[in-house]
Design a protein around this ligand. Structure first.
Ligand code: AP5
Length: 195
């Protein structure tokens, strides 16, 4: 992508990558740099569980076991969030889409506003480093057996999403096994934005 592609509508970006690859870390760093909100579906779901909402009660077991929440529920969650006015000048979605069905759902959500995506950024990190990072963090779903289950779900259901965007010429692959600031720089450089 050449030059800073932010037009009047801003950048519409996806952050893809395995659990622990640094999606959330990079979303926070890039959100202020690119002036777009970082939207983490994992964070929204954990908030729903913490609030004890109807959604939270329905999905808490899935989150705890490392399984995915169903596509129809995720479509509602994402649609509601993207309907908020702060996304009018772009957004960075962290953790969605995670299945090919979710990628099609996102197409439909965006087509209603006549907008497309600018890039899908895939952060690559070797599996043993992913496990090391997760175990060092100790979130509730960071127990080794659950981390390995999340990685298996990723390989099976989410990895094909990267190919979906590669076929559309939107995939940007970045080495995530380097210091955090270097990963941020690599993403900005791939987007054609000065670091
Ligand atoms: P979610 O919260 O999205 O979890 P995840 O994909 O497993 O990702 P993580 O938060 O573990 O990792 P990350 O890539 O964001 O890395 P981070 O920056 O935190 O989803 C949780 C659950 O919600 C799912 O399992 C599922 O149940 C459900 N869910 C969410 N979205 C869904 C969807 N679309 N459909 C269905 N279900 C859905 O970094 C990890 C650690 O590494 C941190 O400690 C960080 O400090 C460190 N770190 C980051 N970068 C570096 C670096 N370059 N070098 C060294 N350390 C680093």
């Amino acid at each position: 992508m050449e030059g800073d592609s932010r037009g009047p509508k801003g950048l519409r970006l996806l952050l893809l990558g395995a659990p622990g690859s640094g999606k959330g870390t990079q979303a926070s760093a890039l959100s202020s740099r690119l002036c777009v909100p970082a939207i983490s579906t994992g964070e929204m779901l954990r908030e729903a569980v913490a609030e004890g909402s109807e959604l939270g009660e329905r999905i808490s077991g899935l989150l705890a076991s490392g399984e995915l929440v169903d596509d129809a529920t995720m479509r509602q969650v994402v649609q509601r969030r993207l309907d908020k006015p702060d996304t009018e000048r772009g957004f960075m979605l962290d953790g969605y889409p995670r299945t090919i069905d979710q990628a099609h759902a996102l197409d439909e959500i965006l087509s209603s506003s006549g907008e497309g995506l600018d890039a899908a950024i895939q952060i690559e990190v070797p599996e043993e480093e992913l496990v090391r990072r997760a175990l060092a963090r100790r979130r509730e779903d960071d127990r080794e057996d659950i981390v390995r289950r999340r990685l298996a779900v990723y390989r099976d259901k989410t990895r094909p999403v990267a190919e979906f965007y590669r076929d559309r010429g939107l995939l940007v692959e970045v080495d995530g096994d380097q210091p955090i600031v270097r990963v941020t720089e690599a993403i900005l450089s791939a987007l054609g934005v000065a670091a």
